[in-house]
Design a protein around this ligand. Structure first.
Ligand code: GUN
Length: 295
């Protein structure tokens, strides 16, 4: 039997509708909207597009968004000042520094400036440290990994005691999702470009999270029958049949994988819609905490 599709679009829609209701309630109670501040440095088209998508998503659920768009040649001080400006602004409850920052900017120093109460991206070094330590609670968890955990939860397959394999070890996806799976009591293996015999490692996994950034990298015959497969990838590949000349595919070879997996996400329509949704959820949570509204 082919895998059941985990419909990230539908889950995201349901959660966004709840966020919209809670944001309305927040406005009624406080007279102000929850606010997200975004710092974007430089003119990378993909980053500019993500920032536009975040702004639109905010507008739709009743969150105010403000972007500080700085030139690529900005100094460290100027970028950090933009973050500090949002820290001090009472109308801003959540702050996101769009990554990647230009090479000459010290990313860790910028992220360290974000107030922990406003770190809705969950990537302040203290929050990542807390995520990885037992008995510590980060103020927020990063958006994409949080979305991944919700999609796994949707399947009803228990994470506790499961063998989970995460392919990719990026700061914003692979590492935090591995920590979150560990915190949910999975036995986690992190794989990467230097891992030996990846297919054999993946074969042992009840849960596979593919976040490697390579088109259709994970093949169906690598998978254990019935596995939960979460595809975080979004890779553009040439496609003459499409008007644009390209289409997006994930890190998993979907057609072969769906014949083996128990549950699988699609690309697009899987993890993607969850990422911005979790950012909205964290921004609302930040505003509610600052206003001391019970969540
Ligand atoms: N760039 C791509 N994804 C992300 C993300 O989740 N957070 C930030 N800050 N930058 C990104």
């Amino acid at each position: 039997m082919p895998a059941r599709i985990i419909d990230g679009q539908a889950v995201a829609k349901r959660i966004r509708s709840e966020i919209g209701g809670a944001a309305d309630d927040y406005v009624k109670r406080t007279g102000a909207m929850p606010g997200l501040g975004v710092v974007l440095v430089g003119d990378d088209p993909a980053s500019a597009m993500y920032v536009r998508m975040k702004r639109r998503a905010c507008e739709r659920v009743g969150i105010r968004s403000e972007a500080q768009i700085l030139p690529a040649a900005s100094t460290q001080q100027e970028v950090e000042d933009a973050v500090r400006g949002f820290n001090e602004d009472p109308a801003i409850h959540g702050i996101l520094a769009q990554l990647p920052l230009p090479d000459h900017i010290d990313e860790e120093a910028v992220l360290s400036q974000i107030s922990l109460a406003k770190d809705v991206d969950g990537i302040h070094p203290v929050n990542i440290g807390r995520l990885g330590m037992r008995g510590r609670e980060p103020s927020f968890t990063p958006a994409t990994p949080t979305g991944v955990m919700i999609l796994i939860d949707e399947t009803g397959v228990p994470v506790e005691g499961a063998q989970a394999v995460v392919i990719g070890r990026s700061n914003i996806v692979g590492l935090p999702v591995a920590l979150m799976l560990t915190n949910a009591n999975a036995t986690v293996t992190i794989c990467h470009s230097r891992s030996r015999d990846l297919p054999a490692v993946v074969k042992g996994a009840d849960i596979v999270v593919a976040a490697v950034g390579r088109a259709e990298f994970v093949k169906g015959d690598w998978l254990k029958a019935g596995a939960v497969v979460i595809d975080v990838g979004s890779n553009s590949v040439p496609d003459e049949t499409s008007e644009k000349g390209y289409r997006y595919v994930g890190d998993v070879a979907f057609e072969s994988a769906r014949q083996v997996a128990g549950y699988i996400t699609k690309v697009p329509g899987g993890v993607g819609p969850m990422t911005i949704t979790m950012l909205l959820a964290n921004t609302l949570k930040a505003a509610q905490r600052i206003a001391d509204i019970k969540q």
